[in-house]
Design a protein around this ligand. Structure first.
Ligand code: SF4
Length: 203
């Protein structure tokens, strides 16, 4: 982590948001889609819809149109509207601050809840395990597990709790910039001295 911090001093969540609702929505939209593409779509979306009530009352085909440049936009439009209706009915339109409440919402799993808790509320209740974190954990020898839940548990035993959010940012940034899924750049890798997979991953 020390060396990754030097390599990526600006590591942070790469989704643009101004409040917990915007981060929740951006994270739901980011499933199987790049953060860059989500940011393009949310730049307009967040101007048009500002409160959970506005998504909750939106016409579904209009919301689909607003999301059309994003993969799986029909499903995501439905999830977004249902999620925001639940926010209005159960939480007065506000995003809740607990894992248990968040994962009851439509379109919200443990990973999304961890993103929201860690980045909008600075609550380290879990560790975000996305495809980059899972891949890097295997390569770095931090966990042999395959399921995100088991990888998360293994990491919780290795990383101090106050570092959980920044730990996943560092791994995600390294996964995007150096330790690519195909053809990791081991020659220029800042942490190759600590990596049992250095130079051993086939392109
Ligand atoms: S040495 Fe290679 S496999 Fe290991 S973390 Fe660096 S880029 Fe990834």
């Amino acid at each position: 982590m020390r060396e990754l911090r030097i390599a990526y001093p600006a590591a942070r969540c790469e989704l643009n948001f101004r409040d917990p609702l915007e981060l929740l929505i951006a994270t739901i939209l980011s499933a199987q889609c790049t953060d860059k593409q989500v940011n393009i779509v949310t730049a307009d979306l967040f101007k048009k819809y500002r409160k959970a009530e506005e998504y909750a009352g939106a016409d579904l085909s209009q919301l689909e149109q607003d999301l059309r440049r994003i993969g799986l936009f029909r499903n995501k439009a439905k999830s977004l509207r249902t999620c925001c209706r639940q926010l209005v009915e159960r939480h007065g339109g506000l995003v809740p601050r607990t894992m248990d409440e968040l994962i009851q919402l439509a379109g919200v799993g443990r990973k999304t809840a961890n993103v929201v808790l860690g980045n909008a509320f600075q609550i380290n209740e879990g560790i975000v395990v996305d495809t980059h974190v899972a891949r890097l954990c295997r390569r770095l020898g931090l966990s042999r597990e395959e399921s995100p839940e088991k990888i998360e548990r293994a990491l919780q035993n290795l990383v101090p709790q106050n570092e959980w959010a920044s730990f996943s940012h560092l791994l995600i940034w390294h996964g995007r910039r150096r330790c690519f899924a195909r053809g990791p750049d081991c020659l220029r890798c800042e942490i190759s001295a600590h990596c049992p997979s250095a130079g051993k991953v086939s392109a």
